[in-house]
Design a protein around this ligand. Structure first.
Ligand code: NAX
Length: 332
């Protein structure tokens, strides 16, 4: 068996944590032959719940799980880790403005960035799930200057999976036969789910999603808003926010980093913008990327029409505002 991978999951006593701890422990991310040591962080009042999660993971008797380390101490949680899923964040409370939530949460990611800087391996790969995910990832990287900033990414994979599922259902084909849908920008309602470069296999033939669906007004209208508002629709139905699907998406994202992307396929994730596609340099922007040897590269050269450019500009503007608010909140 391979050397154990040390994996930290924050917010491990929460909703997403409950599914994510199991999925990571089952070998779905790092491989069925790779043992994992799970460092599980939550806040002090949640320790009893976290211990319950550990009891259940022990009772699953998962062959990959070499050890469980439940803790409320970031030093213990981040010590020598190889990978981190930063899920833990403060939930939005009634009457709370988006700005107040952002201020509270970026401070958590500032503290965690500082702790990662001190205690994690310099090669650690950090996936930020807790919202506002893109901006939290930016702040976390900023306060962990000794870790390469390319090692930080933010999750838009749930949006990608949602978009893929919508198109597959519309075409009546299996979800894996839809490829290369892109989520551009922020994990928020300004995100731009883009099928212009996507393909589908229909009746054994590979065709563009645009040609297969033949409905421009749907693809530029209802499709986009359905994906943008899917989180709200799940809350309305379940009376709880997306958890199982968010955990699955987090696993997909980290698996892409760990194991790379397949030939001819790309995935979307929030990474530091280098100014590609006229986006503002330095914000965490979701781009299509390919991954090899745990390093991502933005897919270049995709044609962007006026409609797409307008969408990219709107989500970029929001990310710049969030970045400015977050930097100000961290200085207070
Ligand atoms: P829960 O409220 O169920 O769980 C959050 C957990 O984080 C709690 O156990 C809490 O005690 C813990 N926590 C709070 N502060 C912490 C800290 N400083 N250190 C460690 N743990 C801390 O929320 P859940 O439904 O699991 O969602 C977690 C986060 O994911 C939220 O911010 C949510 O908005 C975000 N999401 C992001 C998604 C994405 O696609 N990027 C989609 C799903 C989800 O909405």
């Amino acid at each position: 068996m391979a050397e154990p991978v040390r994996v930290c999951i924050t917010g491990a006593a929460g909703q997403i944590g409950y599914s994510l701890v199991y999925m990571v422990g089952s070998g779905a991310v790092f491989g069925a032959d790779t043992p994992v040591i799970l460092h599980l962080l939550d806040i002090a009042p949640m320790m009893s719940v976290l211990n319950g999660v550990c009891m259940e993971i022990s009772d699953c008797a998962l062959p990959c799980v070499r050890d469980l380390i439940p803790t409320d101490n970031p030093e213990v949680a981040f010590k020598d880790i190889d990978a981190a899923f930063l899920v833990g964040a403060m939930p939005r409370k009634e009457g709370m403005e988006r700005k107040d939530l952002l201020a509270a949460n970026v401070k958590i990611f500032k503290v965690q960035g500082e702790a990662l800087d001190k205690f994690a391996k310099k090669s650690v790969k950090v996936l930020v799930v807790g919202n506002p995910a893109n901006t939290n990832a930016l702040i976390c990287a900023k306060y962990a200057p000794s870790i390469p900033r390319e090692n930080f990414s933010a999750m838009t994979r749930l949006d990608q999976n949602r978009a893929q599922a919508q198109i597959a259902q519309r075409l009546g084909i299996p979800v894996m036969d839809v490829k290369n849908i892109i989520i551009w920008g922020n994990h928020s309602s300004t995100q731009f789910p883009d099928v212009r470069h996507a393909s589908a296999t229909v009746n054994g033939q590979k065709v563009s999603v645009y040609d297969a669906i033949k409905d421009d007004s749907y693809l530029k209208g209802d499709f986009i808003t359905t994906v943008q508002k899917r989180g709200g629709a799940v809350i309305a139905a379940r009376r709880l926010s997306s958890a199982m699907s968010a955990a699955k998406a987090a696993c997909d994202h980290m698996k892409s980093i760990w194991q790379g992307t397949s030939e001819g396929q790309y995935v979307s994730m929030g990474v530091f913008s280098d100014g590609s596609y006229n986006t503002p340099e330095g914000v965490m922007f979701s781009f299509p990327v390919t991954i090899k040897d745990k390093k991502w590269s933005i897919v270049m050269g995709l044609p962007i029409d006026d409609f797409a450019q307008g969408k990219l500009d709107a989500t970029a503007k929001e990310l710049c505002e969030e970045r400015d608010d977050a930097i100000a909140a961290c200085q207070n």
